[in-house]
Ligand binder design. Sequence first.
Ligand code: NAX
Ligand code: K
Length: 517
Amino acid sequence: MTRTDRRKATVESILVTAEQMRAIEARVFEAGIPVAALMEKVAGSVARRIEALLQEMPEVSRVGVLVGPGHNGGDALVVARELHFRGYAIAVYQPLSKLKALTSQHAQYLASLGVPFDEEISALEGCDLFVDGLFGFGLERPLSGAIAEAVDRLNEWDSPVLSIDLPSGLHTDTGQPLGTAVRATRTFCLGLWKLGLVQDEALAYVGTPELIDFDLPLADIEAVVSRPPALRRIVASCARSQLPLDRPQVTHKYKQGHLLLVASSRRYSGAGLLAGLAARASGVGMLSIAVPESLKLLYNGHLPEALVVGCPETETGAIAAFPEELDLQGFSAIACGPGLTLDAAVVPAILDCPVPAVLDADGLNWLAQNGTVERLSAREAPTMLTPHPGEFKRLFPQIERTEVQRCDRVRRAAVATGAIVVLKGARTAIAHPDGTVAFLPESTPALARGGTGDVLTGLLGGLVAQASVGEGAIAPLVEAAVWWHAQAGRLAARERSPLGVDARTLTDYLIASIVDL
Ligand SMILES: NC(=O)C1=CN([C@@H]2O[C@H](COP(=O)(O)OP(=O)(O)OC[C@H]3O[C@@H](n4cnc5c(N)ncnc54)[C@H](O)[C@@H]3O)[C@@H](O)[C@H]2O)[C@@H](O)CC1
Ligand SMILES: [K+]
């Protein structure tokens, strides 16, 4: 990989906090680039990008530009100037009279060109497009008074809004609106991806995010951001490259991993089927499924290739124990949890077994009742937990109470337990025991349906089983599984509408979403 490629890969994959961005910028300025030159370069790139978008928007003639007191406002003024010269009618909303020096100079020049400035947002009413440069990264103070009212007013209008760096009002790290925030159609994130943009709280504000790379030197990025970076985005090309698509020519089924799926009860008979169908799509060499004895026929019917292990049942129809002859150590991975109910008595045996394990649903609920941290830190083999926020809260009540930010909560959970923790959400976060956290930047709300979590468990289990018999590391595969699951959801939503992504259908789209790679 050349240095240029490495820089590009780094820029695509890391997430920075406001503090880190500030430190990187400071190094660049210290090294000598004039602030005005950088602003011209960055805002010039944004302007060219907007001009390209405008080629597809012939209806736009009047552009409203929101200008704040700092350099985000300066960027917006450069964009406004360029669009003015391209023939667009520009109107500027500038609520605060005191501007930073550079911003003030740009304002003075734009005004000299005859562009009208106003301190009332109503002056922009009826514009065909808005450019939001009120506040950029590092905002701490909540928006209030007339500016907050102006933002709320803007949010009621229909024309598209393009935000520079972040939607104004959003906290750079938490992604939460400070008082209120601009609801953008598109956000041009400058230089490096900001952590806040991949938080669930930010999604209603960010619109389509896009990175404007302005050539921050790799040395300056690496001087501030640790290696491996503590915070990352899952990049599609990297996730894809982890999938076990290239098999050796000479192999056999047991060399491709043997997954034991432990799932279902008479009450929740379908959960294990969904996980089993997803495990099938993972390409795992052998699939065994342990279910209550009375469900054996059902499972044989739906998953003819699987070895179905009928287990003794409790009175309630849960798995009471594994059959004596079942050797847990003979599997390359175990995935446990979907549909078990808390009556199932199999989790301790899995925890005691030195085989990689994925725990979900009632596997997690069992842990929550029996001491998550103590039980997991004693384990020798890799463990993966896939909680949704409710399960996470039950698993880690102390962490939930002390940490405000999701990113910190999930990181602490992974460090404390030694497990890889997949905290599911609109933007799933994956924390590793070394303290690094990766976020899935693209997904679809169509996946918010019962059973899609069972699909993830089966898929992840199947991939982990393959990695654990091969040379591949398990950690990157967890991220690949989360990415793949979302890709399947996105493809299904595109082809069948967001209503057509039931969990059973999702399992069909797993293969469809990777066949043309
Ligand atoms: N300096 C440069 O050449 C570059 C600057 N960039 C731009 O600069 C931005 C960051 O600039 P700044 O650090 O000036 O930050 P802002 O543009 O967000 O402005 C901060 C100013 O707003 C005021 N302020 C903060 N909260 C407020 C509130 N709630 N109500 C009223 N006023 C409030 C502060 O007193 C401060 O003066 C980036 O987001 C980006 O757009 C980037 O283009 C990179 C290059
Ligand atoms: K902004």
